[in-house]
Write a protein that binds this ligand. Structure first.
Ligand SMILES: Nc1ncnc2c1ncn2[C@@H]1O[C@H](COP(=O)(O)OP(=O)(O)OP(=O)(O)O)[C@@H](O)[C@H]1O
Length: 622
């Protein structure tokens, strides 16, 4: 049968003859003996058998490895549970803080080193393993290496996975994103271990965060699904530092506290459990400061969105709202920037119709943001807003807001902020120069004496006076110099900051400061009027040259260059809004550059100026 010499050469002896297993051995062991004899046969130096030996050894090792893996997985599956914490979820921050405090990463050899910023990070101190407030650097362990640790009688394992970069499409743009996930494996089947660990992590987080207000925001410039990925902490501001007219702040805090305490009442009455506030008034009057102080007082976290960001649309807004936990504040600052009011929309449509060229399709309503009014109303009304959440919006221009947004149920409380009264000016002065520091201590700070060494913490006043300063009188003098309802608190604060250790100078210099501010405003108004006059002049010239914009000719087309009725030969930028075209022409015609507008108010923010030279609302601005 074995006629082939090659097979004869490599066939070797018959297997049966190589199996010396005694008949009294059990079948399994006989087989083992078979394997042994096979190995013995392989050691004969034959090339084929050497290869077979390696193959079999490899197979045995691989089988063993797979078996171990299977066994570990089975063990994990049967005797452990794994919780997943996704970046962007508040629980992710809790668990990171917990791990840092537990010193789980002490064996870590890889760190991100960040200079300390207000961005929320839980770094460790390399030298002692503890967190030091005064450190200027954060050492944040790179969590990718799995770590096993012991906690309250249980073995736990933690590992983080950085998701691979993925491509996502948002508003027609391709974006890359990646986010990380933390896996916590607990070697126990007792679910309460997981719960008590998460509760403990949250409790520690709240404790650590107490002196701060936590502000969540988002940065979707890199794409990916929405998450509140940016977390900052701001030092908590005491309510007493907010200077408003009497009772305003107290009533807001009382209302918010009552809301928090009356969940059952809302449920029983079948009223959606949410509360909406609108804070409105001129810039720099304390709207944002109030919100931060309120959040700090009630221990609430802020989730802040800017609707003017081009990446926020209705869908993202909905997701953002749904990711805010109970008792969170959804804060939308300058809500008027999101979209024009219905009147503005109509006005813009009318304007476009007036200047309309059919070549460019139907006119579209003015649009400032990808968020629509109905989208926003849905968020305020929707299911997402019924979990004890606050919705707080601020605006400088309440008149620009759609009445639908302001109706009770959506906005439950409107708080008006005004320019400073004399009373507020006086209180601000007293806050800057408290009696405790600047009153009686003035004589003490003239210089060290042998009997009374200077406490290092006592501020050294640059003004010395004999007799000591009468601070209440200075506060009254200061308030007297500030015209009622003319400056924002931020503007007054700007003046006080310029002489923050010199109360006398602050009070005596107030009249000069007010005069300088008024002169500055008058100059600004003049510049603005000049600019408007130039715009008008160019507009008129443009119309006189036969631009004919706004004068539809025969056939419905505006006339250009005396060719009525024919589809016009358009100037290259006709499709641009008329105002922009004219503004560009003015810029060209200006030659010498004028100062930039829009205007900037005392606190460095953009402001509009009305006839009195004050920051003003929509009706005052153009
Ligand atoms: N009523 C106030 N009490 C105490 N500080 C104030 C008050 N108003 C303004 N400030 C101070 O002025 C600065 C700006 O205030 P804030 O940002 O709260 O004003 P705002 O009304 O929110 O302004 P905007 O409308 O421009 O956002 C802050 O430094 C704040 O401390």
């Amino acid at each position: 049968m074995n006629a082939n010499p090659f097979t004869q050469q490599f066939a070797g002896p018959p297997l049966a003859s190589l199996s010396p297993s005694p008949s009294w051995l059990p079948a399994g062991l006989s087989q083992l003996f078979g394997v042994t004899s096979l190995l013995a046969m392989m050691s004969s130096g034959n090339y084929f058998w050497d290869s077979a030996k390696l193959f079999i050894l490899g197979s045995i090792i691989e089988t063993g490895r797979r078996f171990c893996k299977w066994f570990i997985e089975r063990f994990r599956f049967r005797y452990s549970m794994t919780a997943r914490f996704a970046e962007g979820d508040p629980a992710y921050d809790w668990i990171i803080l917990f791990l840092t405090e537990e010193n789980v990463w002490r064996r870590s050899r890889d760190f991100y080193v960040n200079s300390k910023t207000s961005a929320r990070k839980f770094g460790i101190n390399i030298s002692s393993g503890e967190q030091h407030e005064e450190d200027t650097t954060d050492y944040v362990p790179i969590y990718e290496i799995p770590q096993l640790f012991w906690w309250k009688g249980y073995w736990l394992e933690i590992r983080r996975e950085q998701g691979s970069p993925q491509l996502s499409q948002h508003q027609g743009r391709n974006m890359m994103y990646s986010s990380s996930v933390m896996y916590l494996t607990i070697y126990s089947l007792d679910m309460t271990v997981l719960k008590s660990l998460v509760d403990e992590a949250k409790r520690r987080y709240v404790e650590v965060s107490k002196p701060n207000v936590i502000i969540h925001s988002t940065d979707l410039r890199n794409g990916g699904p929405f998450s509140w990925s940016k977390v900052k902490s701001k030092v908590r501001r005491p309510l007493s530092s907010i200077i408003l007219q009497e009772g305003v702040l107290e009533s807001l805090v009382e209302d918010a506290q009552e809301f928090i305490d009356s969940e059952d009442w809302y449920v029983e009455a079948g009223i959606p459990y949410r509360r909406g506030y609108l804070l409105y008034g001129p810039p720099g009057t304390g709207k944002s400061s109030t919100i931060y102080a309120l959040a700090g007082e009630l221990g609430l976290e802020i989730y802040s969105l800017s609707l003017s960001s081009d990446y926020i649309d209705d869908t993202l807004l909905q997701t953002a709202a749904s990711l805010i936990p109970k008792r969170g504040i959804l804060l939308i600052e300058d809500i008027d920037c999101a979209f024009p009011s219905r009147e503005e929309e109509e006005e813009s449509m009318e304007k476009q119709l007036e200047y309309h060229n059919p070549m460019f399709g139907m006119p579209q309503p003015a649009k400032r943001s990808a968020v629509t009014l109905s989208g926003l109303l849905n968020i305020i009304d929707g299911v997402e807003s019924e979990e004890g959440k606050f919705f707080i919006a601020t605006t400088n221009y309440i008149d620009r807001l759609d009445p639908a947004l302001l109706r009770p149920g959506r906005i439950d409380k409107k708080v008006q902020y005004s320019l400073a009264t004399k009373q507020q000016a006086s209180s601000l002065f007293t806050r800057f120069f408290p009696e405790s520091r600047y009153g009686k201590s003035i004589t003490e700070t003239k210089g060290p004496t042998t009997e009374q060494p200077i406490d290092e913490k006592t501020p050294l006043l640059s003004e010395s006076s004999d007799p000591p300063l009468d601070l209440p009188a200075l506060a009254a003098q200061f308030a007297e110099g500030i015209p009622e309802d003319d400056f924002s608190v931020a503007e007054i604060q700007g003046h006080l900051l310029s002489c923050k250790t010199r109360p006398l100078e602050a009070a005596q210099g107030v009249t000069a400061w007010v005069a300088a501010e008024h002169a500055e405003r008058a100059a600004r108004i003049q510049r603005e009027e000049k600019r408007k006059a130039k715009v008008k002049e160019v507009k008129d010239k443009f119309a006189a040259r036969g631009g004919g914009v706004g004068m539809p000719a025969f056939g419905g087309y505006p006339s250009f260059g005396g060719m009525p009725g024919l589809p016009p030969v358009l100037p290259p930028d006709f499709s641009a809004p008329m105002e922009a075209t004219v503004e560009a022409a003015v810029e060209d015609s200006k030659g010498a550059k004028e100062e930039e507008l829009p205007l900037v108010n005392g606190n460095g923010k953009k402001a509009m100026v009305n006839g009195n030279g004050r920051d003003a609302g929509a009706s005052d601005s153009e």
